[in-house]
Design a protein around this ligand. Structure first.
Ligand code: TYM
Length: 342
């Protein structure tokens, strides 16, 4: 088992990232570590190269990379159990992206919904990196022969593209019994695949939403969390006693989903307990479980982010291991393409 996943280090780690992906990273890390040496390995990285696809401030990217490393460690990523690094320290990511660019098709990339969303009406002015971003993402996982990629639902399409690229490369350039790339499986938590904005139940919770009130950041203090939850958009009805009753109530569904995911229950179990309650009662209960889970994380985050030297050392150590893990696949890719390296 080779578990690989990444997160962009621009903006804060928010509840959607945590419930949709990072919590699964920690779980997979601990399952693998508890299973002895042969069970596999986890590689988690800060996708700093991906940040170039949008306008960015270099100083903020540098600071954001270290802060995100601190946030991941605060959430439970243990640099002694997992390989934690940033892409920019492992040139093989960018190299493999170019090698795969001959295999990826324009039509495949043109269908990526994230490119359509992020480029919006300004497609002509979007960066080339925003368009080819999913090829870099494919390189990120294929470089390490990832078998499992824990992500939220919004990354599923990118993972399907990575599989398509791997499959086409294997069939175009490798013998039938000698494929270069493993096809990665996305691992998406059904109970928290898509956490929505607190201001709009039809938009996902996102770092790029201009409204701070739309998301809960993992370092928000208890008062801020309570305030955001109490101001979250909801409706005037009481909660139903079964999840089927939430079908046309996206904001209510989102708040129940968050409660269920954070307490590790099903939505039906939450509604058995809270069905009949209005949001005046449910929101403080939700705020309380969020504060209980997030307070220790944000406390650790505040301590860790002060120690820049340790964070630099963690990333340097992780990058050295990642460079080693990717070496063979990169060499095989050059070779399969008929390229002679210096
Ligand atoms: P990013 O940085 O946007 O998000 C990091 C992870 O958080 C998940 N996520 C969510 N899950 C549920 N609800 C939400 N509202 C929500 N918002 C974010 C994302 O699905 C993701 O798992 N392109 C990736 C980073 C990346 C990557 C990779 C991931 C680069 N290379 C290779 C996996 C494998 C991204 O921008 O994620």
């Amino acid at each position: 088992m080779r578990v690989v996943s990444g997160i962009q280090p621009t903006g804060n780690l928010h509840l959607g990232n945590y419930l949709g992906a990072i919590r699964n990273w920690v779980k997979m890390q601990d399952d693998i570590a508890g299973n002895g040496e042969n069970a596999g390995e986890c590689l988690f990285f800060l996708a700093d190269l991906h940040a170039l696809s949008m306008a960015h401030d270099p100083a903020a990217l540098r600071a954001g990379t270290l802060e995100m490393a601190a946030a991941l460690v605060a959430c439970g990523i243990d640099p002694d159990k997992s390989i934690l690094f940033n892409q920019a320290q492992v040139p093989a990511h960018a190299e493999l992206q170019w090698l795969l660019s001959g295999t990826a098709r324009m039509g495949w990339l043109g269908r990526m919904t994230q490119f359509k969303d992020k480029s919006g009406k300004n497609r002509e002015g979007a960066s080339i990196a925003l368009f080819t971003y999913p090829v870099l993402q494919a390189a990120d996982v294929l470089l390490y022969q990832a078998t499992h990629v824990p992500v939220g639902d919004d990354q599923k399409q990118h993972l399907e593209l990575a599989r398509d690229i791997a499959q086409k490369f294997n069939s175009d350039f490798c013998g039938e019994d000698d494929p270069v790339f493993t096809l990665p499986e996305p691992i998406i938590p059904p109970e928290a695949a898509r956490i929505m904005s607190l201001r709009d139940g039809s938009a996902k919770m996102s770092k790029s939403d201009p409204s701070e009130m739309s998301r809960i950041n993992l370092h928000d203090d208890a008062d801020t969390i309570m305030k955001k939850v109490k101001k979250a958009k909801s409706d005037a009805d009481a909660l139903p006693s079964e999840s089927a009753g939430l079908a046309d109530r996206p904001e209510a569904l989102n708040l129940v989903t968050i409660y269920a995911a954070i307490t590790g229950q099903s939505a039906d179990a939450v509604l058995r307990e809270h069905g009949g309650a209005g949001f005046g009662a449910f929101k403080p209960a939700l705020g309380a479980v969020l504060v209980e889970t997030l307070a220790p994380i944000s406390q650790r985050f505040r301590e860790l982010k002060q120690d820049r030297e340790s964070l630099d050392a963690i990333l340097a150590r992780g990058a050295a291991k990642a460079r080693e893990r990717g070496r063979q696949t990169l060499a095989q890719t050059y070779h399969a393409l008929g390229l002679v390296r210096g």
